[in-house]
Design a protein around this ligand. Structure first.
Ligand code: IPE
Ligand code: IPE
Ligand code: MG
Length: 234
């Protein structure tokens, strides 16, 4: 292991999956799983900030999640608005800058206003960025970037200049965590995870806590990142 691999990642991305299954196992409605999931996010955000992580991107609603029953979609929208309202003061206290990445289409006006308000309020906070991927799809992000490039009349791009057209200019995540065991990406951060280390746990998101985050970090820090090159070559 070289020195750089022992560092806490600058950017962690999380696919917060398994809320529904967590609730079902307890005989509760799926909604209760999402509520419990919001509590997990609060804990993980605080702990990530304490550990020195600079950016936390969490997948909260995908462009495919509209396929779910209307009632569940409505609840997820409502919970997100509540989260922003309730967490504002804590974000200010803990130096959290909020950013939301995703498409605006289909998201109701009140929620969009709440997002804008919170982004503005927290824009000068520097301890940690909480980037919530909401109505987010990796493919949409790439297509939206290409359309912006066309609109700007740009004839040729590089990997670096392309990255600037994505929803946020946060550096690529070093670590991607997925809870609840599925071994897939589900349209999350397709461009940014080219060389990201992946960690999957069977625990459902509401059961993921500070100790589990540290477990994921310890595993990450033992990984040998090669980026296509060779390491330990004699
Ligand atoms: C993740 O939990 C939250 C969202 C996708 C909004 P799920 O709701 O996908 O929970 P499972 O995968 O059905 O258990
Ligand atoms: C990914 O989870 C999206 C979020 C966590 C918001 P899904 O539950 O939607 O993914 P699939 O359907 O299992 O691939
Ligand atoms: Mg799921």
């Amino acid at each position: 292991m070289s020195g750089s691999e022992k560092k806490i990642p600058n950017h962690i991305a999380i696919i917060m999956d398994g809320n529904g299954r967590w609730a079902k196992k307890r005989g509760l409605p799926r909604t209760m799983g999402h509520r419990a999931g919001a509590k997990s996010l609060k804990k993980i955000l605080t702990h990530a900030g304490e550990l020195g992580v600079k950016h936390l991107t969490v997948y909260a609603f995908s462009t495919e999640n509209w396929k779910r029953p209307q009632k569940e979609v409505d609840t997820l929208m409502k919970l997100f608005k509540e989260y922003l309202k309730n967490e504002k003061n804590t974000m200010m206290k803990n130096g959290v800058r909020l950013m939301v990445s995703g498409k605006k289409e289909g998201v109701n006006k009140e929620l969009l206003e709440e997002i804008e308000k919170t982004e503005k309020l927290t824009k000068d906070n520097t301890r940690i960025t909480l980037n919530i991927a909401f109505n987010y799809g990796g493919r949409s992000e790439i297509v939206d970037a290409v359309n912006k490039i066309i609109k700007d009349g740009i004839a040729e791009i590089t990997e670096e200049s392309f990255s600037k057209y994505l929803y946020s200019d946060i550096p690529d995540p070093e670590l991607l965590i997925r809870t609840s065991g599925e071994l897939r990406i589900s349209n999350f951060l397709l461009w940014q995870i080219a060389y990201t280390e992946i960690y999957v746990t069977d625990l459902a998101w509401p059961d993921f806590n500070e100790a589990e985050l540290e477990k994921a970090l310890n595993t990450y820090m033992k990984r040998e990142r090669r980026f296509g090159g060779l390491i330990n070559e004699k």
